[in-house]
Design a protein around this ligand. Sequence first.
Ligand SMILES: [Zn+2]
Ligand SMILES: [Zn+2]
Length: 128
Amino acid sequence: MAKRNTSQRTAIESVFHQQNRPLAIDEILVAGRKKVETLNQATVYRNLKRLVKDGWLIKINHPSFGTLYERSGKKHHHHFHCNACNRVFEFPGCLMDDKKAAPRGFIVKDHEVFLFGVCPDCDRIYGF
Ligand SMILES: [Zn+2]
Ligand SMILES: [Zn+2]
Protein backbone atom coordinates (compact mmCIF):
# COMPACT_ATOMS: atom_id res chain seq x y z
CA MET A 1 0.00 0.00 0.00
CA ALA A 2 2.69 2.45 1.06
CA LYS A 3 4.77 1.48 -1.93
CA ARG A 4 1.93 2.21 -4.32
CA ASN A 5 1.38 5.64 -2.78
CA THR A 6 5.03 6.42 -3.21
CA SER A 7 5.00 5.64 -6.90
CA GLN A 8 1.86 7.72 -7.39
CA ARG A 9 3.52 10.61 -5.67
CA THR A 10 6.69 10.14 -7.71
CA ALA A 11 4.61 10.12 -10.89
CA ILE A 12 2.94 13.39 -9.93
CA GLU A 13 6.25 14.97 -8.99
CA SER A 14 7.75 13.99 -12.33
CA VAL A 15 4.77 15.56 -14.15
CA PHE A 16 5.69 18.85 -12.49
CA HIS A 17 9.37 18.41 -13.35
CA GLN A 18 8.52 17.78 -16.99
CA GLN A 19 5.96 20.54 -17.51
CA ASN A 20 7.48 23.15 -15.21
CA ARG A 21 4.35 25.30 -15.07
CA PRO A 22 1.22 25.56 -12.94
CA LEU A 23 -1.13 22.63 -13.51
CA ALA A 24 -4.81 21.95 -13.01
CA ILE A 25 -5.83 18.66 -11.42
CA ASP A 26 -7.10 17.32 -14.78
CA GLU A 27 -3.78 18.05 -16.47
CA ILE A 28 -1.95 16.27 -13.65
CA LEU A 29 -4.31 13.33 -13.95
CA VAL A 30 -3.89 12.97 -17.73
CA ALA A 31 -0.10 13.27 -17.65
CA GLY A 32 0.25 11.17 -14.48
CA ARG A 33 -1.78 8.29 -15.92
CA LYS A 34 0.82 7.82 -18.62
CA LYS A 35 3.21 6.92 -15.80
CA VAL A 36 0.94 5.16 -13.30
CA GLU A 37 -2.25 3.70 -14.74
CA THR A 38 -3.98 3.37 -11.39
CA LEU A 39 -4.12 7.13 -10.87
CA ASN A 40 -7.61 8.55 -10.63
CA GLN A 41 -9.13 11.83 -9.53
CA ALA A 42 -9.24 10.77 -5.89
CA THR A 43 -5.67 9.48 -5.69
CA VAL A 44 -4.34 12.55 -7.50
CA TYR A 45 -6.27 14.82 -5.17
CA ARG A 46 -5.00 12.96 -2.11
CA ASN A 47 -1.39 13.16 -3.29
CA LEU A 48 -1.70 16.86 -4.17
CA LYS A 49 -3.06 17.58 -0.73
CA ARG A 50 -0.09 15.80 0.80
CA LEU A 51 2.41 17.62 -1.46
CA VAL A 52 0.89 20.97 -0.44
CA LYS A 53 1.05 19.97 3.23
CA ASP A 54 4.70 18.97 2.82
CA GLY A 55 5.44 22.34 1.22
CA TRP A 56 6.43 20.84 -2.14
CA LEU A 57 3.54 22.46 -3.99
CA ILE A 58 1.52 25.61 -3.48
CA LYS A 59 -1.99 26.35 -4.66
CA ILE A 60 -2.63 29.35 -6.86
CA ASN A 61 -5.95 30.77 -7.89
CA HIS A 62 -6.74 31.06 -11.56
CA PRO A 63 -9.33 33.82 -12.12
CA SER A 64 -11.69 31.49 -14.00
CA PHE A 65 -10.36 27.93 -13.65
CA GLY A 66 -9.98 27.93 -9.87
CA THR A 67 -7.18 26.08 -8.15
CA LEU A 68 -3.92 25.31 -9.91
CA TYR A 69 -0.85 23.73 -8.37
CA GLU A 70 2.71 24.91 -8.79
CA ARG A 71 6.13 24.11 -7.34
CA SER A 72 6.83 26.02 -4.17
CA GLY A 73 9.84 28.19 -3.45
CA LYS A 74 9.84 30.19 -6.66
CA LYS A 75 10.64 33.88 -6.79
CA HIS A 76 7.78 36.32 -7.36
CA HIS A 77 6.49 35.90 -10.90
CA HIS A 78 3.40 36.46 -12.99
CA HIS A 79 1.18 34.02 -14.82
CA PHE A 80 0.18 33.82 -18.43
CA HIS A 81 -2.86 31.97 -19.69
CA CYS A 82 -2.94 30.83 -23.33
CA ASN A 83 -6.47 31.28 -24.62
CA ALA A 84 -5.90 28.69 -27.33
CA CYS A 85 -4.56 25.68 -25.38
CA ASN A 86 -5.64 26.74 -21.88
CA ARG A 87 -2.18 26.14 -20.47
CA VAL A 88 -0.79 28.46 -17.82
CA PHE A 89 2.86 29.56 -17.92
CA GLU A 90 5.09 31.43 -15.51
CA PHE A 91 6.66 34.73 -16.50
CA PRO A 92 9.72 35.42 -14.40
CA GLY A 93 10.18 38.84 -12.85
CA CYS A 94 7.70 41.60 -12.18
CA LEU A 95 6.34 44.35 -14.38
CA MET A 96 4.18 46.07 -11.83
CA ASP A 97 4.85 48.98 -9.58
CA ASP A 98 2.55 48.35 -6.62
CA LYS A 99 2.86 51.82 -5.24
CA LYS A 100 1.92 53.55 -8.47
CA ALA A 101 -1.02 51.20 -8.99
CA ALA A 102 -2.66 52.01 -5.68
CA PRO A 103 -4.84 55.07 -5.11
CA ARG A 104 -3.95 57.33 -2.20
CA GLY A 105 -4.56 55.75 1.16
CA PHE A 106 -4.32 52.13 0.02
CA ILE A 107 -1.41 50.04 1.20
CA VAL A 108 -0.57 47.27 -1.24
CA LYS A 109 1.12 44.26 0.34
CA ASP A 110 1.10 41.80 -2.51
CA HIS A 111 -0.28 41.23 -5.98
CA GLU A 112 -1.05 38.47 -8.39
CA VAL A 113 -1.06 39.06 -12.13
CA PHE A 114 -2.61 36.92 -14.85
CA LEU A 115 -1.88 37.84 -18.43
CA PHE A 116 -3.91 36.35 -21.27
CA GLY A 117 -2.99 35.69 -24.88
CA VAL A 118 -1.44 33.07 -27.14
CA CYS A 119 1.62 30.95 -26.32
CA PRO A 120 4.48 30.38 -28.81
CA ASP A 121 3.32 26.80 -29.58
CA CYS A 122 -0.20 27.90 -30.47
CA ASP A 123 1.08 30.88 -32.40
CA ARG A 124 3.18 28.50 -34.50
CA ILE A 125 0.38 25.99 -35.02
CA TYR A 126 -2.56 28.29 -35.59
CA GLY A 127 -0.76 31.40 -36.80
CA PHE A 128 -2.53 34.06 -34.74
ZN1 LIG B 1 -1.16 27.72 -26.27
ZN1 LIG C 1 4.63 41.17 -9.77
